[in-house]
Design a protein around this ligand. Structure first.
Ligand code: SF4
Length: 231
């Protein structure tokens, strides 16, 4: 690839972007302009009926997350927290059995999510990250690489979480708080589609975007110094 697509660097106003308005503009690195083949390939994937329906329902759901859509000029007024959105989406997709792959550090939150999903008549299969109690030594970790040095420490086992949910025949999986990398393995191995309720951020109360919101103040070390110097 000669040019790297770089939407994150695009500084055009929303209304003038080619991805927002037919006839709009795009900079040199604009994938809408120069990656026609990839866009066509993506379009072909919609010929799969399951994918088509998933995409269609997800976009209907996106619209229904707002009220007063008919009022012009449009002022965004979102009304559904993600918790409600996941319940709505699972219902609209006809999913009955949901899988929850969660981090043991969010055991209490998992019990609350279970309550909510059961109140919405879903059948929940939940599996904690430490399932199986497999030692970290099995994946080659040394004592010094453990969280609690000198103690038995079970590994997070997203492969086992995925396998158990696969065998339980879940219709849709939900991730809550899996570590970076463990979440990737789970998503790769899970058979059913996966959505995310929450991501793990041990320092920022599971709100990693807070580091970006404060990038020009308390987290400026992430752009002003090499990470290595921050240790
Ligand atoms: S698709 Fe093109 S116009 Fe849209 S954000 Fe990306 S670079 Fe900008």
């Amino acid at each position: 690839m000669e040019k790297l697509p770089s939407c994150a660097r695009c500084s055009l106003n929303t209304e003038e972007k080619i991805c927002r308005s037919p006839g709009g503009k795009g900079p040199d690195f604009c994938p809408t302009r120069f990656m026609r083949e990839a866009l066509e390939k993506a379009r072909e994937k919609l010929s799969d009926r399951v994918i088509y329906e998933f995409a269609r329902q997800a976009s209907i759901q996106e619209g229904e997350g707002y009220i007063n859509r008919e009022v012009k000029p449009h002022v965004r007024h979102p009304v559904k927290p993600r918790l409600e959105e996941i319940c709505d989406f699972a219902a609209r997709m006809g999913c009955r059995r949901l899988g929850l792959a969660y981090c043991g550090g969010l055991q209490y939150e998992a019990s609350l999510l279970q309550k909510v999903l059961e109140a919405h008549n879903f059948d929940l299969v939940s599996v904690v990250c430490k399932v199986g109690g497999t030692s970290k030594e099995e994946i080659g970790l040394t004592e010094e690489q453990k969280v609690r040095i000198g103690e038995f420490e079970p590994m997070c086992h997203p492969l086992a979480q995925a396998e158990i949910l696969n065998q339980a025949g879940t219709d849709l999986n939900i991730i809550m708080g899996l570590c970076v990398g463990h979440d990737s393995l789970f998503i790769k191995q899970a058979r059913a589609m996966t959505t995310v309720f929450a991501v793990k951020d041990r320092v920022l109360g599971h709100n990693p975007v807070a580091a970006l919101y404060t990038l020009n103040s308390y987290y400026q070390r992430y752009i002003k110094k090499p990470f290595a110097n921050n240790k």
